[in-house]
Ligand binder design. Structure first.
Ligand code: COA
Length: 647
């Protein structure tokens, strides 16, 4: 097997990890569409690398700072204290008979116990699967059935600025819907709203269980040795068909690449402080709230609250100032929300932001306006940096590497681009629909990665080898298909422009249009529908429902129908779907074989030139939609008029 990948880079990076058994080779092989493994014969424990190995020298240093603006709580945990909590929680899990390879599902708000749970699982070789608290019971049930946990960890409630969300009833409903039986539900009681416990059904009180282990001295002090390729966690991401895909992260490559990238890309060294503002249910938080910072011995901030309204749009600036944050990582949507509330960034003037040297943005495309707004408010020695990756990849594959270029980074930044290729990943553009590389600068096409992928990238989907191949490797054999389209400019800057599949990015959250369509079609008055991403000034995109009604549906009051559809998406997917806008059309544009031409509608609402697809059954269908969307002002005023020309 030959490969041009920089094995020397990863061999060297692997030396910063403590292995129980040193790997003798960097790359190994296996069957399948991505035929590589990383550090195949190495053995390690990720929790040991995050905590135990630091305690002798960093025991009293802050490891985790929990700042909850919604409960007005601040709590600092040193490395020694985190280790203690993790050993106790691992003892709790162990007492339930959990062993290497078992799964625990974590459905938690942004509280330290969620982080302890990640690490306690890692300590035991147990696979954790965190589910974002904003998902509704149906989505949670799908994930329970997919990863079959022996334990679910949850809390009595999550706290949003506007309301308290009781988690227990959501979990109960999910467990009722799921086929898989979860014997134990470990529940953290929060003062704001406690839950009724049903011990006979398997409920266990988190605090009581921790106390039990402390009292009987059954803390789990050791760290289970796992193989490099053993799974550390599985994280579900929206699939185009509406069935979530369980992205698997393994121990060895993940530890190596995160320990390396937190330093090289994010410029975080031992003892520095990073603030990653993402929910624990997303990959960003797995990588750069929990594992990356702890692998290097840094301090990480876990923030419970929103960028605005908790209590105001100055919260992020307060956090930077209070904890002397060196690097911050957030989503462009969060910045847009702050800018909308405080356009002149007056609140930032109340705080000392001089500690901040890099502000990273990712989760969706960073528009130059947002980047510029940020850059104007931060200290002149701080650089605002876009970067690009995904749940599947686990760490940035394009960025400006703040730890490499040091203070010169701003020269390395080009707004509108997600930066240059990060060492160790090989990104390229394939001409649309071909396997031919776009060798000229600025040629638009599909963004793919050459194999092998960087060591932290996913080697598979949880118990779904067929889905792994069909979702990521069938379209461009030999490459990993990112599902994004874009180009690389003459200086090597990568520009990510749009999705090529049916995924919608709402406020940095990846959702499947297919899932929303399934919910809409379940309404008895909806005969057919399609959902496309509608550009939104704050959230990047929001879903737009395009509906064809049944005969009876046509007699129904439209406002009532729309309201019912909004309620259905909130009930079945969650409020985070942000589904609020629908239009009714007489029919959908389809190919002669009956496939809905979503892409043409997507291009239309994006304000792009729509070329009439050669395979369209009836051209008039597209003109009809164009007319309806124009009347509702859902198409940009300056849209190309190709379609109108015929009218
Ligand atoms: N649990 C339960 N419900 C949740 C939730 C959670 N963890 N997170 C969000 N929701 C709910 C919200 O309460 C809201 O419900 P509502 O419609 O009844 O008010 C709905 O989901 C939409 O939430 P959100 O998208 O957060 O919108 P918002 O208007 O409350 O806030 C922003 C707008 C911009 C402040 C917010 O979207 C934000 O912080 N975005 C950045 C997200 C991010 O970091 N993404 C990157 C992930 S890597």
């Amino acid at each position: 097997m030959t490969s041009e990948v920089d094995t020397e880079l990863w061999k060297k990076a692997a030396q910063d990890i403590d292995w129980f058994v040193e790997p003798t080779s960097v790359l190994g092989s296996r069957p399948g569409p991505n035929p590589y493994t990383w550090f195949p014969d190495g053995k390690l424990n990720t929790c040991y690398n995050c905590l135990d190995r630091h305690v002798a020298s960093l025991g009293d240093q802050a490891c985790l700072i929990w700042d909850s603006s919604v409960t007005n709580t601040k709590q600092v945990y040193t490395y020694r204290q985190v280790l203690d909590r993790v050993q106790t929680l691992a003892g709790v899990f162990h007492s339930y008979g959990l062993h290497k390879g078992d799964t625990v599902l974590i459905y938690m708000p942004m509280v330290p116990e969620a982080v302890f749970a990640f690490l306690a699982c890692a300590r035991l070789g147990v696979v954790h699967s965190a589910v974002f608290g904003g998902f509704a019971p149906k989505e949670l049930a799908k994930r329970i059935d997919a990863c079959k946990p022996k334990v679910v960890l949850t809390a009595s409630c999550g706290i949003e600025p506007k309301r308290v969300i009781p988690y227990k009833p959501l979990l109960e409903e999910a467990l009722r819907l799921a086929n898989h039986h979860v014997p134990i539900r470990l529940l953290l009681q929060r003062e704001r709203q406690r839950s009724l416990m049903n011990y006979a059904q398997g409920d266990r009180d988190f605090d009581q269980e921790m106390e039990r282990i402390e009292t009987n001295g059954k803390q789990f002090k050791g760290c289970v040795s796992v193989k490099s390729e053993d799974p550390l966690y599985v994280l579900y991401t929206s699939g185009t068909t509406g069935v979530p895909k369980g992205v698997v992260r393994t121990n060895g490559g993940h530890a190596v690449v995160l320990r390396w990238s937190i330093d090289y890309v994010f410029n975080i060294k031992r003892g520095d402080t990073i603030f990653t503002a993402s929910d624990i249910g997303w990959a960003v938080s797995h990588s750069y709230t929990v594992y990356g910072p702890m692998l290097i011995g840094a301090t990480t901030i876990l923030y419970e609250g929103k960028p605005i309204a908790s209590p105001d749009a100055g919260t992020f600036w307060r956090l930077i100032s209070d904890y002397k944050v060196k690097t911050m990582f957030t989503a462009p949507t969060a910045v847009r929300a702050i800018a909308r509330e405080d356009p002149h960034a007056l609140l930032s003037k109340q705080y000392d932001l001089s500690s901040l040297t890099s502000l990273f943005l990712a989760g969706e495309r960073s528009d130059p306006e947002t980047l510029k707004w940020c850059q104007n408010l931060v200290h002149k020695t701080c650089t605002v940096i876009d970067n690009y990756w995904s749940t599947e990849l686990g760490s940035p594959v394009t960025a400006t590497c703040a730890g490499h270029l040091q203070e010169k980074t701003r020269e390395g930044v080009r707004w509108g681009s997600a930066g240059k290729q990060v060492p160790g990943s090989r990104i390229l553009v394939l001409k649309e629909g071909t396997l031919e590389e776009a060798t000229e600068a600025n040629q638009f096409g599909n963004i793919v990665l050459k194999l092998p992928l960087p060591p932290g990238a996913f080697p598979g989907l949880w118990q779904n080898e067929a889905g792994y191949k069909s979702s990521y490797f069938d379209k461009y054999p030999g490459y990993f298909d990112t599902g994004d389209a874009g180009m690389i400019d003459q200086d090597g800057f990568v520009h990510i422009m749009s999705r090529t599949d049916d995924i919608i990015n709402v406020a940095g959250h990846r959702l499947s249009t297919g899932t929303i369509e399934q919910i809409l079609i379940a309404h008895p008055m909806v005969a057919e529908c399609c959902v496309v991403p509608l550009p939104d000034k704050l959230k990047g995109h929001v879903p737009l429902g395009i509906l064809v009604l049944t005969h009876e549906g046509q007699a129904m009051e439209v406002d009532v129908l729309f309201k019912e559809l909004v309620q259905a998406t909130r009930r079945d997917l969650g409020a985070i779907a942000c589904f609020e806008i629908s239009v009714i059309v007489p029919r959908l544009p389809k190919t002669r074989s009956g496939k809905v031409l979503r892409r043409s509608i997507r291009e239309m609402v994006d304000g792009k030139q729509v070329n009439m697809p050669a395979t369209i059954e009836d051209e008039d269908t597209l003109y009809e939609i164009y007319d309806i969307l124009s009347k509702r002002q859902l198409i940009p005023l300056d849209s190309p008029l190709l379609l109108k020309a015929k009218l």
